[in-house]
Design a protein around this ligand. Structure first.
Ligand code: AMP
Length: 605
């Protein structure tokens, strides 16, 4: 028999399959996410749909689609999908079959044996139903593995020494927290708590409500009443917005022609800030902390006894989750293994070990350093221009993009000096200066002007830092090559000198600082600086669609590859010229080309 054993996370919202391939444990599957939505359905034509296609039709044809079947595992309750009735394990078997097919396509061999994970609280009938689902899918289930155990294996805590870890797992529809001791392959779940009906879906519901209320306010129509297709679009838009808000301080939701009235399309356009969103979800996230306290209490452990907090589940990308955990437990949670793949990877580690391979942990590409910018803040009651907070935190998987918001510190301030540092110290001057640039030509205004600082770090160690003036979209950017390389003694010495110069401004109010809150383009490649300025977005007066296209484009400029950016700027100029001269055909052509380019760029990001 082949020695291939697959590790499977059969999840409530998504499922994944991992196996040993190319010298390491990998999650296998098509696309970037390699996640199969745990959804099964029949199309109107009666075709069986598993995964993305079933999920896409769920809002429109709920009676022909089933999701979250995991909640029913172990019960005899049949679910009706279209005109057929299924046991929960039969639906799960369809999901497992699809995953086995993914592995087959990736490895050229279909797995016959598998390790499947289940929540620590699963009862015997639930575990047996999971085994049966495997058997129905043609898989011998060699081990049923507790999810927290899988997560601790993925994070490398199965190295042989004893560890006590807290595993916080917030997925799409369920929340679990477990206190676990691990020693080699022996793992004991000391205590486990959670809420079977709490997860990212609830965050989507709250945002959908907010979007529907906004649409009703703008147009007087309630999409919640009798408009299933529009409501489904809002739900999608809400989930997308939610995901962006994990990395951006604001999100703009635009749904064109959500409904039509008297042949007129009704659009939804609204901006939501992370602050507002966090206000909405805070009570839900806080309720998870009660479970954390209970699990600690039941395990007889104190927060100080924990070697680590491990984050598992897609919803743990929500920054409020980490910040509340730090506040309450005083330990920074680890999220260096992709939170939604950690369980599958851990199952893959166990499966590989059972197949006789010495696998210690999974390999992931993470940023070994934190990066951020300095700002004018308060230290010891005095204004201090070199305050620092990381924007990119070390041990975060790559590639990544993060944005933070800063404000100009003086009325009519039109320039900001941006100093980019590598390090974690609250005093920027104790970190390593890796680049700086000046943003000029900001709008002179009496009130504080909002500037967004966006950092993007890729697997090749290229760090791009962009500052964007939010109100105009004007931006400036630097690109730092080799950001992940350890600095040489000379570089550190040179950086120290620069720091010394900056140090001399200690305590002074500097005119070009910003406070915690970017549109010009500068490239610094290994020290050489090249400046390219981006124009502020053009206003093609009267054409809302083109205006919104231009604005979207401005938001994306910083993320584009150099050639795309050049093309986008060229198209901006063409649109501007065509709008100014009233040349409708040229306007149409240039905006059509820009739309296509953005479609392409958005697909890449
Ligand atoms: P899981 O069950 O672990 O696959 O988690 C799925 C949940 O994670 C869904 O509710 C997703 O919307 C959510 N999710 C995925 N990515 C993000 C993100 N970047 N920020 C917040 N939630 C996310």
């Amino acid at each position: 028999m082949s020695d291939l054993i697959a590790g499977i996370d059969l999840g409530t919202t998504n499922s994944e399959i991992a196996a040993f391939a190319g010298g390491q444990v990998r999650v296998l599957g098509p696309g970037d996410t390699r996640m199969l939505p745990s959804c099964v359905g029949f199309s109107p034509a009666g075709e069986l749909l598993v995964g993305e296609a079933a999920r896409n039709q769920q809002a429109l044809y709920p009676e022909r689609t089933v999701r979250s079947i995991k909640r029913k595992m172990g019960s005899e309750e049949k679910v009706r999908v279209g005109s057929k009735d299924f046991l929960p394990q039969e639906i799960s078997a369809l999901i497992l079959r699809e995953l086995a097919e993914w592995a087959h396509r990736a490895l050229g061999e279909r797995p016959q044996r598998a390790v499947i994970t289940v929540p620590a609280y699963f009862s015997d009938p639930q575990r047996n139903a999971t085994r049966e689902a495997g058997a129905l899918a043609g898989l011998e289930v060699v081990r049923i593995l507790n999810e927290p155990t899988a997560a601790s294996l993925a994070y490398g805590y199965g190295d042989g020494s004893p560890h006590t870890v807290l595993i916080y797992d917030l997925g799409g529809g369920t929340f679990d927290v477990s206190v676990v001791t691990v020693e080699g392959d022996i793992t004991e779940v000391l205590a486990s708590h959670g809420n079977n009906h709490l997860g990212g879906d609830d965050f989507d519901d709250l945002l959908t409500e907010r979007l529907a209320a906004e649409f009703e306010k703008q147009h007087g129509v309630d999409v919640r009443q009798g408009h299933p297709a529009a409501k489904a679009r809002l739900w999608w838009a809400a989930e997308e917005a939610k995901k962006k808000l994990s990395f951006e301080p604001y999100v703009k939701v635009r749904e064109e022609a959500l409904l039509t009235r008297l042949f007129r399309p009704l659009h939804l356009e609204v901006e939501i800030s992370r602050d507002e969103y966090e206000g909405m979800i805070r009570p839900l996230v806080e309720s998870t902390l009660d479970s954390v306290s209970k699990a600690l209490q039941d395990s007889g452990k104190k927060p100080g006894d924990m070697d680590a907090i491990l984050l598992v589940g897609g919803s743990t990308r929500t920054p409020l989750v980490s910040s509340l955990l730090i506040e309450n437990i005083g330990l920074e949670p680890r999220q260096d293994v992709h939170p939604d793949l950690a369980v599958a990877l851990g199952a893959g580690v166990m499966a590989s070990r059972l197949a006789g391979r010495a696998v210690e942990r999974v390999l992931v590409d993470v940023s070994p350093y934190s990066f951020g910018v300095s700002y004018l803040g308060d230290r010891g009651g005095y204004p201090y221009p070199h305050c620092y907070k990381p924007i990119i935190r070390r041990n975060t998987p790559l590639p990544l993009t993060r944005t933070e918001q800063y404000m100009t510190s003086h009325p009519y301030q039109t320039e900001v000096d941006v100093h980019v540092y590598q390090g974690d110290d609250e005093d920027a001057l104790k970190n390593i200066l890796v680049g700086d640039f000046r943003v000029e030509g900001l709008t002179a205004m009496e009130d504080a002007n909002e500037i967004l600082c966006r950092m993007r770090l890729d697997l090749d160690g290229i760090l791009e830092v962009a500052a964007v003036e939010k109100r105009t979209g004007k931006s400036k950017q630097i690109r730092i090559a080799n950001a992940l390389r350890a600095k040489s003694a000379e570089e550190i010495a040179a950086g120290r000198e620069q720091i010394q110069e900056l140090y001399e401004t200690r305590g002074e109010m500097v005119g070009d600082a910003w406070e915690t809150a970017e549109d010009l383009e500068e490239e610094v490649v290994d020290g050489g600086a090249q400046v390219v300025e981006m124009p502020a977005p053009v206003r093609a007066d009267g054409d809302a669609e083109i205006e919104s296209l231009l604005e979207r484009s401005h938001w994306l400029l910083a993320k584009m590859h150099a050639e795309d950016r050049e093309e986008a700027i060229d198209l901006h100029e063409k649109i501007d010229t065509a709008a100014a001269s009233g040349d409708v055909a040229a306007l149409k052509e240039a905006s059509g080309a820009l739309k296509e380019l953005l479609f392409f760029v958005e697909g890449q990001n």
